[in-house]
Design a protein around this ligand. Structure first.
Ligand code: PNS
Length: 160
């Protein structure tokens, strides 16, 4: 079975990596689909987000990393994915994810979304918080892959 794991990955965090590693043990093939969203303000350019995801999960063999634009379900169908997977960190994620999975089910005529519960070690990590922490001089070394840590400290100005 082939699974699509879509997201912004702006940047990829250790929580995402944990989801990818666990999903890769459950499915034959995992496609990590990085959103190329023209309208959303992403801090990290698409090419860099792709590179960081690839480097962060380099050791996971049955995973490919691709970019997509438009609807997730359309991309999932184009790539022949059997299912979409999303991580759930906390109950607060549930409302948004429930709606998105139901829209995707409706749009695709039945493509299922499976949820995987984030490892509690990472349940408080989100990409936007990581960027905020870096800009304010907070410690993020244990929250993100090493490549992301180096990248962010090179690219982000420290706010005083
Ligand atoms: O990492 P994120 O930002 O939580 O990922 C959100 C993502 C990319 C999965 C979501 O925004 C998405 O699917 N965008 C593509 C557009 C789409 O399909 N919208 C309809 C579903 S509500």
């Amino acid at each position: 079975m082939k699974v699509l794991y879509p997201g912004s990955f702006d940047p990829i965090t250790n929580g995402h990596v944990d989801v990818i590693q666990r999903v890769a043990r459950l499915f034959d093939e995992v496609i990590v689909a990085v959103l190329n969203n023209q309208s959303k303000e992403e801090f990290i350019p698409l090419e860099d987000r792709l590179k960081l995801v690839r480097e962060a999960i380099d050791d996971v063999k049955n995973v490919s990393v691709e970019s997509f634009s438009g609807l997730t379900v359309q991309y999932a169908q184009t790539r022949g994915a059997d299912v979409i997977v999303r991580g759930l960190r906390a109950p607060s994620d549930f409302e948004y994810e429930l709606e998105m999975s139901q829209i995707n089910y409706f749009l695709s005529n039945g493509l299922e979304t499976l949820f995987i519960m984030t490892n509690p070690k990472y349940s408080f990590i989100r990409s936007s918080r990581v960027k905020e922490l870096v800009s304010l001089g907070g410690e993020i070394k244990e929250l993100v892959p090493n490549v992301v840590f180096k990248y962010l400290y090179q690219k982000m100005p420290l706010r005083k």
